[in-house]
Design a protein around this ligand. Structure first.
Ligand code: F6R
Length: 615
């Protein structure tokens, strides 16, 4: 949450920073700010609202400098006001700071700094600017940019909490200081220029060579050098990593919203997720990132899938796959709960941390707890170089490309792809036959074509969404492997349309939820032809008997089912384990078109941000 971006080079910084902020807007979008250093002066602009408001705030003013920093905020401490927007400045305005994270002991620091400093915002972040100023004043004997770096290091030694931060100072016209603890910092390298950001997307148009700071590291970036240190001022050498995303992937490419583009990206990125990762002849997957010997794989007695939100619904599908294919007891735990009970973990437990952003604080904390207890911990992550990717002992990138809409779509289907491949890999080692493995892979290879065929229904789904957009409540039902699909469909609807929506295992209805049924509470039921079809059909009959409107998601050609429904969504048939890969897509489109019909801010829903780096 919160996006930070910095630039130092020969080009005018402001346009690069503003473009960078647009790429990071998914991380927070309640206010934004920018500071440019030019000829000994710092020009600052801040505004409440989106980047366009910031551009208006800059107005006709010239911001000519070639270095600067910018921020897009998701408020934690202090309301959404211009004073609380970043950058925050020291008392004398010489130093500007951008911060992503939370300073837990900010009140103590503020008290210690006492009457000597004037605080102008209600934020935790501002105290850092003053604390650095305080140490900067103490370090008068130090020469050059080292003085700024050392004062940041000294200040951070008093801080409890998390930060990704950028600092500039008017007396250091060739230096940006970046530091990280718990909030990501990526530094892009190009000839004579450096880009610093919360993730690599703002720099894709300029460079693919990136250094990722690890926790407890600080960087001094000039136009011609990048020096990295620990917070104890020991010099360290970092590896440069290659990012294989490209800038076009981070554009809307003619779609009205990123979410729609990302829904339509799914056939392509699904192919990217599975390409080269299976062996049809042997009917198995070969995900090398697992980093486990066959003996270690055999020893696994339990799998725990840790994730949050949409990723946790993907994990629920993974549970079905691991249990059915590999016969390994599998649990799904949401990251925010895992470490607050006493999870039973031992050296035969394999934990997967599943996350699009790779930065979700709860998932990260849970994986650290699992590691502490001796589990094998692997990641299923989308963002390259992200913290979860770096802190796991192996794992697999899901290759969904940049996902910029807050509502996750293509990352979800790619999580499913990877989970299914892992389940097959373990399954083939235990009990899945060659023929079953080959059949599953054959069906998996058919998925992109079937996804593509589904999109032909988009206009019909749009019409259906318009018909139902005025309802205030929705109920999603499924059974078996379609329970997580119902949960995900309902999740999508509420987060982007703000319509109240619930999701249940259809068999649970009679234990309480039936009381809600009435004509004003439409039900979207997933009734594809699998082993629970007849059971699901009975549950749908029960719903109809209580006069709720019914939208049925059924397989193409299921004419009989239509008699049960007010409206029908069709999906191509596939193997039961793969159904979520197809069944989720009409639900994504349904939620999307309802949100559009209600004129919601589809890509930037209220109160949310992608990449939830606070607990
Ligand atoms: C839903 C959504 C969130 C995320 C959740 C986990 O559309 O975007 O529920 O799925 O915050 O995020 P990652 O996958 O980045 O860990």
């Amino acid at each position: 949450m919160c996006g930070i971006v910095g630039y130092i080079g020969e080009k005018q910084a402001a346009p690069i920073l503003l473009q960078g902020l647009r790429r990071l807007e998914y991380r927070g979008y309640d206010s934004a700010g920018i500071a440019i250093l030019d000829q000994g002066c710092i020009h600052r602009a801040r505004s409440v609202g989106r980047i366009d408001n910031l551009i208006d705030a800059i107005g006709g003013k010239q911001f000519p400098g070639t270095m600067g920093i910018a921020h897009t905020r998701w408020a934690t401490h202090g309301g959404v006001t211009e004073e609380n927007a970043h950058p925050h400045s020291s008392c004398d305005g010489s130093l500007m700071l951008m911060h992503n994270g939370i300073i837990e002991n900010y009140r103590d620091i503020k008290e210690k700094l006492g009457g000597e400093h004037v605080f102008r915002s209600e934020t935790d972040s501002e105290v850092l600017a003053h604390l650095i100023e305080h140490h900067y004043q103490l370090l008068t004997g130090k020469e050059g940019d080292a003085r700024l770096r050392l004062s940041v290091e000294a200040a951070l030694s008093h801080v409890r909490g998390t930060y990704g931060l950028l600092v500039i100072h008017k007396d250091h016209p060739n230096c940006i200081i970046a530091a990280r603890l718990g909030s990501p910092i990526a530094i892009g390298i190009n000839l004579g220029e450096y880009f610093i950001a919360s993730d690599p997307t703002p720099m894709l148009a300029h460079t693919k060579n990136v250094v990722f700071l690890d926790d407890g590291e600080i960087a001094a970036v000039t136009r011609s050098s990048l020096d990295t240190f620990t917070l104890k001022d020991e010099h360290i050498v970092k590896c440069v990593e290659q990012i294989d995303w490209n800038d076009e992937q981070a554009e809307k490419q003619g779609y009205p919203h990123f979410m729609l583009k990302e829904i339509f990206d799914q056939p392509t990125v699904f192919e990217d997720a599975i390409r080269g990762r299976y062996n049809l002849a042997e009917g198995t997957a070969n995900l090398g990132g697992l980093n486990m010997t066959p003996t270690e794989m055999q020893r696994v007695s339990r799998i725990v899938l840790i994730a949050c939100g949409t990723a946790s619904y993907a994990a629920m599908v993974g549970k079905y796959a691991f249990e059915r294919l590999a016969g390994i007891p599998t649990e799904v735990d949401v990251g925010s709960e895992f470490r607050y009970r006493d999870p039973i973990i031992d050296d035969r437990t394999l934990v997967f941390a599943i996350s699009q952003s790779g930065e979700t604080a709860d998932t990260l904390a849970a994986l650290r707890e699992a590691k502490r207890k001796g589990a094998f911990v692997r990641g299923i992550v989308n963002v390259i170089g992200s913290t979860i990717a770096r802190e796991t002992d192996g794992g697999t990138y899901m290759h969904a490309g940049p996902e910029l809409a807050v509502a996750s779509t293509k990352a979800y289907t790619n999580m499913l792809a990877i989970l299914l491949l892992y389940a097959l890999q373990f399954g083939r080692q235990r009990r899945v036959s060659l023929a079953t493995g080959q059949r599953l892979l054959g069906a998996l290879r058919e998925i992109p074509r079937k996804m593509q065929a589904l999109f032909e229904q988009a206009p019909a789904i749009e019409a259906l969404a318009k018909k139902y957009a005025s309802y205030e409540h929705f109920l999603y039902l499924g059974r078996g492997i379609n329970v997580p699909v119902a949960l995900e469909g309902s999740h999508k609807l509420k987060e982007i349309s703000y319509i109240h929506s619930e999701a249940y295992a259809a068999g649970e209805m009679k234990h309480g939820v039936n009381a809600l049924l009435c004509p004003e509470f439409p039900v979207l039921a997933i009734m594809t032809k699998n082993q629970l079809y007849d059971k699901m059909r009975s549950n749908v009959e029960e719903v109809r008997a209580r006069k709720s409107k019914v939208i049925l998601l059924v397989n193409e050609g299921d004419e009989q089912a239509k008699e049960l429904a007010d409206d029908v969504l069709m999906v191509p048939p596939t193997m039961e384990l793969l159904e979520p890969l197809l069944n989720t897509i009409p639900l994504q489109l349904f939620a999307y078109y309802i949100a559009v019909a209600l004129d919601r801010d589809v890509d930037r829903p209220r109160n949310l941000a992608k990449s939830v780096t606070v607990e």
